[in-house]
Design a protein. Structure first.
Length: 270
């Protein structure tokens, strides 16, 4: 599995499994076992998804050792603030049946994010989290956080796909040594309607999803496609045996139109 090295020298798998909207049941647990069997070593969840118990159960059932799995969760907006964050973090650990997280994220920027970040820094110093980061933070949110932060976030997980490249944000994060991670990389299926992606899928004899996920990887963006279908989960993993040309990479970049499939972080409270 290809990895990227975060600014504290922890290696994070470039490809992971997103679990948004997967239910908190045995079907999801079994899916986690199968995904780990396919080769995934990076699982992304959140307390707001309500499926941490199922994720934890899947990891427990898998023959893959916990230390070889990069497990990510997020603190919900309703749990932000110093004391609430510590409490929420411990509840997530309990649900996930683990004693540490590989990455913990602030799910959405909020007025309390600076307080929340202080809790993150303390949990990090106590070795309860290997890396800490944020999610859905735009440049203005990052600038506000960095005014008081003692530790720069290692990761910023944002909506990222061919219609929402956000080059200014990518550039800002690169300068601050913050790795960008993509959620909704497949645009909730909208990539199937893009002519260029269709053309490239035929050219490389790959699926639309494989083309877009490969583009993510070559952009240096960590990506977590979500699927409840094991065949798609397997297919999404098969992106390390080909490479897009520079011209094709540039063509995909030029599809950018600032189009969001999810909420605008500047006016959203999850």
């Amino acid at each position: 599995m290809k990895t990227v090295t975060l600014h504290n020298n922890v290696k994070m798998p470039l490809l992971g499994l997103g679990t948004y909207k997967l239910e908190n049941n045995e079907t999801t647990s079994d899916l986690i076992v199968k995904a780990l069997d396919v080769g995934y070593r990076h699982i992304d969840t959140a307390s707001a998804y309500g499926n941490e118990e199922a994720i934890g159960e899947g990891i427990k059932k898998s023959p893959v050792s916990r230390k070889n799995i990069f497990l990510v969760s997020k603190v919900a907006n309703s749990d932000q603030g110093y004391d609430n964050t510590i409490k929420s973090f411990n509840e997530s650990l309990k649900r996930l049946q683990t004693d540490y997280l590989d990455l913990y994220l602030i799910h959405w920027p909020k007025d309390l994010s600076n307080e929340t970040w202080k809790a993150f820094e303390d949990l990090y110093k106590e070795n309860k989290i290997r890396t800490i980061g944020v999610s859905n933070f735009l440049i203005n949110h990052l600038e506000d956080l960095l005014l008081n932060a003692k530790i720069t976030p290692m990761v910023n997980q944002v909506e990222f796909h061919p219609y929402l490249v956000q080059p200014e944000l990518l550039d800002y994060c690169s300068k601050k040594n913050i790795k960008v991670e993509a959620w909704s990389p497949l645009m909730r299926g909208e990539i199937l309607n893009i002519d260029l992606i269709d053309k490239l899928a035929k050219k490389y004899n790959k699926t639309h999803a494989q083309i877009v996920l490969r583009w993510n990887i070559q952009m240096g963006v960590i990506t977590i496609p979500k699927s409840a279908n094991i065949d798609r989960i397997k297919s999404n993993f098969q992106i390390f045996d080909f490479e897009l040309s520079k011209e094709d990479m540039l063509s995909i970049n030029q599809l950018d139109k600032g189009h969001r499939t999810g909420p605008d972080p500047n006016n959203f409270d999850f």
